[in-house]
Design a protein around this ligand. Structure first.
Ligand SMILES: C[S@@+](CC[C@H](N)C(=O)[O-])C[C@H]1O[C@@H](n2cnc3c(N)ncnc32)[C@H](O)[C@@H]1O
Length: 326
C-alpha cells in the first residue's frame, strides 16, 4: 500500500487525519481563522467545501430520481451522508458550544460564529443533520425517496430489495470465527468506524475512502454493501487474490447471490450456507434478511474453515471430475 493510501485508510478507532488544515473565513474583514483538523476524519476533508458539495449532491440526487438512474441515486445519497457525517464529526470536535459532545474538548477552539462564517453552514443546519444521521438507515431511505423504494419493491430480486440497507454489520460470533480461520484480520475494505469496533481489522476503508479505489492486502473480511456495489467488491477481491496481494479472505453475502454472474468465481472456494438468517447489527431496522447467507472462504487453510463454520450451517465445495482443477 502506498504512503498516500495508508494516509487515507483508517487504522482502527485510533484513526486520525493528522494534517492541520487552514480555512479562511469569508467575513468582510478577511481575518483568517485557523481550523486544525484531527481525529477520525479523512485527511482530505475540507469543511469549508461541505456547503457547496452538499448542494451539488442534492441536485445530483434530484436529477438521478428524475432519470430513474438508481445506481447514481444510491451513490449520490451515500456521498451526501458521508459528507454530512464528516462535517458533523468535524464540528463536534472543533466548535465551542456547537452541540454534542457536552464535555469540553481541548480541540474545540473555534467559536460558533467563526465556524458558521468559515463554512457557510449554520449551527441549526448542523443540528438537523446530526438528528437525521442518528438513524442513518431512515435518513438514507428518505433521501432516496418513495420513488426509489417503489421501484425496488416492484423488482422481483431479493438482492435489489436488500440494497435498501447497506449498514448491516457482521455480529461478533461470526467475526470471531473469521478471525480464528484467518489468524487475524488485516483489512476490512467495506466498513465504517462503528462496524470496526467488532471487526477490529488493522485497517478498514469506509465509504469516503472508497474501498474500491484502494489497494487491498493481507487477510480480509468482506461483507460488502448489498447494493450494486457488491459485484464490484467481489470482482476486486478476485483480482487482488490473483495478484497475490490478498492471501486469504472470508466473504459474507446473501445466499440469493449464488446464481449471479459475479458470484461464479466464488464457487472455487469453500462455502458455508447458514442454516439460519443472520440478525445483522447496525442502525435502524434490525430485522433479519428474508433469506439465509453464505460465507465463502478463499485461502490455504480449508480445515480451519470447516472447523469454525460447520456450526453455522452446511459447508460445501463444488465437486470436481478426475483431473479437474479447482
Ligand atoms: C454490510 S456493511 C459491513 C460492515 C463491516 N464490513 C462488517 O462486516 O460488519 C458495509 C459497509 O460498507 C460501507 N460502504 C459502502 N460503500 C463503501 C465503499 N465504496 N467503500 C468502503 N465502504 C463502503 C457501508 O457504509 C457499510 O458500513
Amino acid at each position: 500500500m502506498s504512503q498516500k493510501q495508508k494516509a487515507r485508510a483508517h487504522h482502527g478507532d485510533s484513526a486520525a487525519g493528522q494534517e492541520a488544515m487552514r480555512v479562511r473565513t469569508r467575513s468582510p474583514s478577511k481575518t483568517p481563522a485557523v481550523i486544525d483538523q484531527a481525529g477520525g476524519l479523512p485527511a482530505n476533508f475540507e469543511p469549508e467545501r461541505t456547503r457547496e458539495r452538499s448542494s451539488v449532491l442534492a441536485a445530483a440526487i434530484e436529477h438521478a430520481k428524475r432519470m430513474k438512474d438508481w445506481p447514481s441515486l444510491e451513490t449520490a445519497v451515500d456521498l451526501q451522508i458521508a459528507e454530512q457525517q464528516a462535517f458533523v464529526g468535524w464540528w463536534d470536535g472543533h466548535v465551542r458550544g456547537g452541540g454534542r459532545p457536552k464535555k469540553v474538548l481541548a480541540a474545540r477552539t473555534v467559536s460558533v460564529s467563526d465556524a458558521e462564517k468559515a463554512t457557510g453552514v449554520s449551527k441549526g443546519q448542523v443540528h438537523r443533520w446530526r438528528a437525521r444521521l442518528d438513524d442513518v438507515d431512515s435518513y438514507r431511505a428518505a433521501l432516496r425517496g418513495w420513488i426509489y423504494t417503489k421501484a425496488m419493491s416492484e423488482g422481483t430480486s431479493l438482492l435489489l430489495q436488500q440494497s435498501l440497507s447497506v449498514e448491516h454489520y457482521t455480529p461478533g460470533r461470526y467475526v470471531e470465527a473469521v478471525r480464528a480461520v484467518l489468524g487475524g484480520i488485516d483489512l476490512d475494505p467495506a466498513s465504517c468506524k462503528r462496524a470496526n469496533r467488532t471487526v477490529r481489522a488493522k485497517t478498514f476503508f469506509d465509504i469516503r475512502a472508497d474501498g474500491l479505489k484502494q489497494d487491498w492486502c493481507g487477510r480480509i473480511l468482506l461483507n460488502p454493501p448489498y447494493s450494486r456495489q457488491a459485484p464490484l467488491f467481489v470482482d476486486k477481491l478476485m483480482a487482488e487474490l490473483k495478484a497475490g496481494n490478498v492471501t486469504a479472505a472470508v466473504v459474507l453475502l446473501s445466499a440469493a447471490a449464488t446464481s449471479t454472474q459475479w458470484f461464479q468465481p466464488l464457487w472455487d472456494g469453500l462455502l458455508c450456507f447458514t442454516d439460519h438468517r443472520i440478525a445483522f447489527e447496525g442502525p435502524g431496522d434490525r430485522s433479519s434478511p428474508t433469506i439465509a447467507n453464505v460465507f465463502v472462504y478463499l485461502g490455504p487453510d480449508e480445515p480451519a474453515f470447516v472447523r469454525e463454520f460447520e456450526r453455522f450451517g452446511a459447508v460445501v465445495q463444488r465437486s470436481v471430475r478426475d483431473g479437474g482443477q479447482r
